[in-house]
Design a protein around this ligand. Sequence first.
Ligand SMILES: NC(=O)C1=CN([C@@H]2O[C@H](COP(=O)(O)OP(=O)(O)OC[C@H]3O[C@@H](n4cnc5c(N)ncnc54)[C@H](O)[C@@H]3O)[C@@H](O)[C@H]2O)C=CC1
Ligand SMILES: O=C([O-])CC(=O)C(=O)O
Length: 326
Amino acid sequence: MTVEPKRIAVTGAAGQICYSLLFRIANGDVYGKDTPVILQLLDLPQAQKAVRGVVMELEDCAFPLLRDVVITDDPADAFRDIDAGFFVGSRPRTAGMERRDLLNANAEIFRTQGRALDAAAKRDAKVIVVGNPANTNAMILAANAPGFPTENITAMLRLDHNRALTQFAQRGGVGVDEIRKLVVWGNHSPTMFADWRNATAAGKPLPDVIGDETWYRDTLIPTVGKRGAAIIEARGASSAASAANAAIDHMRDWIKGSDGDWVSMGISSDGSYGIPEGLMCGVPVICANGSYERVQGLEINAFQQQMLDRTVAELVEERDAVSALL
Ligand SMILES: NC(=O)C1=CN([C@@H]2O[C@H](COP(=O)(O)OP(=O)(O)OC[C@H]3O[C@@H](n4cnc5c(N)ncnc54)[C@H](O)[C@@H]3O)[C@@H](O)[C@H]2O)C=CC1
Ligand SMILES: O=C([O-])CC(=O)C(=O)O
């Protein structure tokens, strides 16, 4: 049977995340090894030459699944008839900045691209926003694409989820693949809440396996929250390969399913857990059959509530700061 190619838009194609991401998509890491792909690459006019260079390298990989590549500086061309969109293009922060400091620089990008998405994309396209501040940019994108289903627009918390997995696995002396039901709630910022309350390692409660609540509260949570800054400090540039990997994990699980496990996704709040409706907030979801379901009905203790309130308050502040674009 012939499988139709999937059209995938990627913005910021000349940037450092895409230098890793595009090769993984072309290799079949999102849709699988039986599905051809067409890449629709967007970047600014001044970056077109660099995008052409990346495309030369894609060609030189001779990926069997890569059917075509479109290069453009017009969002409507990039988003035409897409099945998936990776919204990476935007300015990264540098040392000393918080991601929210990028709001002014990047918010307008997502307003323009929201309108183009609305005009050009398939209604069932799956969208991930990576460009920072990712949650609020995703909210701006959704608000400016009123005819596009908001549930198909998501923000990336998966890098934080993956970071937490490794920190827990190392401390607990278990494999990352043995840990289940972990979640990172809230904003992709230092206020994010890596929550181990329901997590298990090889079937046992993770808090019992690690047995050190002080380490969890005083070391794990801030380490995961500040990992992006630690990487900028060490590398002189923000995370790129790990961000691309997380974007692949997020989209692959959304499309192929998460095998019953929880994954962390920034999705538009329906008011569950007291998170104000419409905020793009990291929550636990289970992916199956090409969609995601938020994990409902969890009991939230006082510590969890305090951590959740802190990160939600920051999302509210960010929303209020860009109210003119919503
Ligand atoms: N959500 C997450 O977990 C993470 C998010 N990020 C964010 O991803 C974004 C991209 O990071 P890098 O690739 O390292 O940055 P980069 O500076 O290497 O590349 C950004 C690219 O976006 C392009 N661009 C800028 N405005 C654009 C527009 N209006 N339309 C299309 N393209 C545009 C630039 O020309 C450049 O090629 C940054 O905002 C960064 O903070 C980075 C790591 C993790
Ligand atoms: O920290 C940054 O600016 C880049 C990023 O979002 C991350 O690495 O989590």
